[in-house]
Design a protein around this ligand. Structure first.
Ligand code: CUA
Length: 300
């Protein structure tokens, strides 16, 4: 196998594939061999004038019945894998998939969002998919699953990953200039590892940023609705131009990620014009800081 088999449906699909490939190889060899034999056996030097052959019932029955059986078996195998692929088991973990030009976004039931699809090994996962704009198609070769993402409509897929690893996700529906770059990964990880990753996103990254702002007391001085308090508001701050005093000198800066980070960690470094710096240094760890900045970036 060139592409690893990393899900339950992979085995089903591989089975159908090899059954069909096997039949094709046997038929190819058979037909070619008989053809070559006939070309030699009945060449015109040995048989200058052709003969009229009046049918052969036995042969005709064989070449009707045998292919029919082969095709029926093909259908049964295909049908079995198909129903297996379409029938989602009870209790599957639901992940919502949003396709858009040109990226994938995965949202979990607790609000956790990710650009990479993380799943636990051994547990069924149901993907409920939709598109923001045009037709896309989610394809995971290692899982042998593929389904269109259609604007205005929900489609689904399910799988159980059974091997740890990181596997490709492709978009297989031409969706514009960035189509070939519309790629991501699915990471299958041990259930415990997944659980701790999942828990981190309890209530979602942004909601978590807001939670930190509340619990650390930031909202006592900074509003999130644009109103003026002791400190500048957070609303619309990210990306805006800010007049600040740096070491007593006035300058204009853009409130980018770096600025937000510095203002949180060293409140006295750049003081927004019209305000006094009375902000304490906060004991924040990197995760909390990231969640807060993530929240501020979205607060438009
Ligand atoms: Cu999305 Cu191609």
């Amino acid at each position: 196998m060139f592409v690893p088999e990393a899900s339950n449906s992979a085995k089903e699909v591989t089975r159908s594939f090899y059954y069909i490939l096997g039949i094709e190889i046997v038929l190819l060899i058979l037909v070619t061999a008989v053809m070559v034999y006939f070309v030699i056996r009945y060449r015109s030097r040995r048989h200058p004038s052709s003969e009229n052959v009046e049918g052969g019932p036995v042969l005709e029955i064989i070449w009707t019945v045998v292919p029919t059986l082969l095709v029926i078996i093909m259908f049964i195998i295909g049908w079995q894998s198909f129903t297996q692929i379409r029938k989602v088991p009870e209790g599957a973990m639901v992940v919502r998939v949003r396709a858009q030009q040109w990226s994938w976004q995965f949202t979990y039931e607790n609000g956790r969002q990710s650009e990479v699809l993380r799943v636990p090994i051994g547990g069924p996962v149901k993907l409920i998919m939709h598109s923001q704009d045009v037709l896309h198609c989610l394809y995971v070769p290692a899982f042998r699953i593929k389904e269109d993402c259609v604007p205005g409509m929900e489609t689904y897929l399910w799988f159980t990953a059974d091997r740890p690893g990181s596997y490709d996700i492709f978009c297989t529906e031409y969706c514009g200039l960035g189509h070939s770059g519309m790629i991501s990964k699915v990471t299958a990880m041990p259930a415990g590892e997944f659980e701790s990753w999942y828990k981190k996103g309890e209530a979602g990254k942004e909601a978590q940023g807001l939670k930190h702002l509340e619990t650390k007391g930031c909202l006592g001085c900074h509003s999130i609705d644009g109103s003026k308090k002791i400190g500048p508001t957070f609303k619309g701050l990210y990306g805006s131009k800010v007049e600040v005093l740096t070491n007593g000198k006035e300058r204009e800066v853009v409130a980018d990620e770096e600025y937000l980070r510095k203002s949180i960690l060293e409140p006295a470094a750049d003081i927004a014009e019209g305000y006094q710096n009375i902000m304490p240094k906060l004991p924040l760890n990197e995760d909390e800081l990231k969640a807060i900045i993530g929240y501020l970036k979205e607060l438009k």
